[in-house]
Ligand binder design. Structure first.
Ligand code: SF4
Ligand code: SF4
Length: 112
C-alpha cells in the first residue's frame, strides 16, 4: 500500500488513471482523458493513453509521470520519495505539487 504514495506524495491509489488501468475500464479512461485534457491543456490526449499502475509500482506509466522530473530526481538521488530528501522544504520542483495538493506532504510524512 505505501508504494502507492508517489515520489512527490500524491496517492496513486485514488488516481482514476490507475483505477482504469487495473480494471481495464475504457469508460473511466475516456472520462479521465476529458478531465486531463482541460487540466493539462492537452486537447489531443487520446483516452488510450490513460494507462498507469502507479509512480513507484512496477508496470506501465502514464506518459507525464514517466517523464516527471520529480520522479527522475528521486531516482537519481537513490531516494524512495521526496520525503527522504533533506531539500524537500526548499525544493521548487516539489513545491509546485505541494502548493496544489498539500495532503501530499502528510502522505510523505506518513511513510517516514
Ligand atoms: S503515477 Fe500514475 S497512478 Fe500515480 S498519479 Fe501519476 S498517473 Fe496517477
Ligand atoms: S530535490 Fe526536490 S524533487 Fe529532488 S528528491 Fe529532493 S525534494 Fe524531491
Amino acid at each position: 500500500m505505501e508504494k502507492l504514495i508517489s515520489c512527490c506524495g500524491l496517492n496513486c491509489a485514488t488516481c482514476d488513471a490507475r483505477t482504469a488501468t487495473i480494471n481495464n475500464d475504457d469508460n473511466l479512461r475516456k472520462a479521465t482523458a476529458e478531465k486531463w485534457k482541460a487540466a493539462f491543456n492537452a486537447p489531443d490526449m487520446p483516452y488510450q493513453s490513460i494507462n498507469c499502475t502507479g509512480c513507484r509500482e512496477e508496470g506501465v506509466k502514464f506518459s507525464y509521470c514517466q517523464l516527471c522530473e520529480i520522479r527522475s530526481c528521486v531516482k537519481s538521488r537513490g531516494h524512495e520519495t521526496c520525503g527522504d530528501c533533506a531539500e524537500m522544504g526548499t525544493c521548487e520542483k516539489v513545491a509546485m505539487v505541494h502548493k496544489h495538493a498539500p495532503e501530499a506532504i502528510a502522505n510523505l510524512r506518513s511513510l517516514n
